[in-house]
Write a protein that binds this ligand. Structure first.
Ligand code: FMN
Length: 447
């Protein structure tokens, strides 16, 4: 069948192509990519997640957190986030030159999301056409959009999630819901909204899921003008021919996340672009290391392998002898009171004999055995100056995508490890109080 092609749509007060540059935080997009996408007539998305701002000479402002208290560091982080996203929107809008449209993207689970979103919309009135928002249940999105008179485009991974959001909130502001983004939890890059009912190892066909979404939308009385944006695995439109002008699905648009990473305007390093072009089947891992608690897709790189291996050397413990934890650990924990199951005790001894001699606590009541070198790297990566901002995120909500300690753009990271320090305090983190409840990121390169 010949390719049907797409028709332009009305969005943000003008005619645009129904093609969206997916929002990508962690500096995987910026004004150059979003502005160029809009200039070509599509909908470019500026990410309001840890966006960069620039000094008078145009250099990226380093995001440093040297405040003494967590509250002040959190406030600093908010300032960076608001300034960065505002600047990115303004620059993207200039590049677009009146063509296409600019959306912004926020992750609802990111600390301070609402405050950041409102401040950016306030600073950029008239420049932003809509807000895409996922990661969590952003019930407040509709009322915020209404306050600033912009469209909103919720991101969901199932008809069920949409129904919950619609019933509780979006049905009150239907006229501004320009589209519903269906982000396929197996196909899409970045974080993935897999629910407990879905098996990460068993991808489902997106078509019946999107059909179910449209049926739900129809049952709830959502206007046929409200498009569904298909996100995940969209590369060539010709592969989606059956989806276009298909009455079962209704109005359809397409969102591209991974593919635009390869464009000239994409701000990711050239090595990443090269790596993406040489991937083989199986090189992308849907993993659970993200501190957000969501599944996340990433290319298996050395760091991810390290995490995979670390998590294989992970065992649960309790601080007292209880249940199946009947053996007291006498390696890697410097004499502290850690009780584990006998089978795990034997495994720990075997790892110890292999050189994985250091035990690190995780916030999940487990310990992980690593080499002294790996322990030192973790300790270095988690120096207070690197992590201050990340902990601030946590202070006001769950942490989301962050930039890694070595400046590597990140999608997600592993849990925080605490070392068994001779004096009991958490390694290198004077203000941590030895607490284990924080999750902070180290480095996981994405995509
Ligand atoms: C590196 C990377 C970062 C991403 N970051 C975000 C994000 O911050 N917010 C968001 O809503 N989606 C994010 N996404 C998802 C994209 O917006 C898009 O929906 C998805 O990548 C589409 O699937 P595809 O990668 O198969 O094209 C990200 C995707 C990638 C690859």
């Amino acid at each position: 069948m010949a390719f049907k092609g797409l028709e332009p749509i009305q969005y943000g007060g003008r005619e645009v192509w129904p093609l969206v540059e997916g929002g990508k935080g962690v500096s995987a997009t910026n004004h150059l990519s979003s502005g160029a996408w809009a200039a070509a007539g599509g909908i470019g998305t500026v990410s309001a997640v840890n966006a960069d701002s620039y000094d008078a000479e145009g250099k990226i402002v380093p995001q440093v957190y040297d405040q003494l208290t967590r509250k002040e560091r959190h406030e600093q982080l908010m300032r960076y986030a608001i300034d960065g996203a505002t600047e990115q929107v303004k620059r993207a809008h200039d590049i677009a030159g009146g063509k296409g449209a600019i959306n912004i993207n926020v992750l609802w689970e990111m600390g301070g999301a609402q405050q950041i979103l409102e401040a950016v919309l306030e600073n950029t009135r008239g420049l932003v056409a809509g807000v895409t928002c996922g990661a969590g249940m952003p019930y407040k999105l509709a009322e915020i959009a209404a306050r600033y008179n912009v469209s909103y485009l919720p991101i969901v991974s199932s008809a069920r999630a949409f129904r919950a959001l619609w019933k509780r909130s979006y049905s009150k502001v239907p006229e501004l819901m320009a589209a519903v983004v269906y982000e396929d939890p197996w196909l899409a890059g970045g974080h993935n909204g897999l629910s407990n009912a879905e098996d990460p190892t068993k991808p489902e066909d997106p078509y019946p899921r999107v059909k179910a979404l449209r049926e739900t939308m129809r049952n709830e009385g959502v206007s046929e003008d409200t498009a569904i944006v298909m996100a995940g695995g969209v590369w060539f439109l010709r592969e989606w021919n059956d989806w276009i002008d298909n009455p079962e699905l209704g109005r359809i648009m397409f969102q591209f996340g991974t593919r635009p990473l390869l464009t000239q305007e994409s701000p990711i390093p050239q090595e990443w672009k090269d790596r993406l072009r040489t991937l083989d089947e199986g090189d992308v891992l849907l993993h659970k290391f993200s501190p957000t608690g969501f599944y996340s897709s990433a290319v298996k790189n050395d760091f991810l392998w390290d995490l995979i291996h670390r998590s294989e050397r992970q065992i649960p413990y309790s601080k007292v002898e209880a249940g199946e934890h009947t053996k007291q650990l006498d390696i890697g924990v410097r004499g502290k009171n850690f009780w584990v199951a006998p089978k795990d005790y034997d495994r720990a001894r075997a790892w110890f004999a292999e050189g994985q001699t250091e035990a690190l606590k995780t916030p999940d009541d487990t310990i992980v055995f690593v080499t002294p070198e790996s322990r030192d790297t973790i300790r270095k990566d988690q120096k207070p100056e690197d992590l201050a901002g990340h902990r601030s995120w946590r202070a006001c909500g769950r942490q989301s995508d962050v930039r890694g300690p070595r400046g590597v753009p990140l999608q997600a990271g592993p849990v925080l490890f605490e070392q068994f320090h001779p004096h009991g305090e958490a390694a290198g983190r004077p203000d941590s109080g030895g607490g284990l409840s924080e999750r902070v990121s180290a480095t996981t390169a994405s995509p």
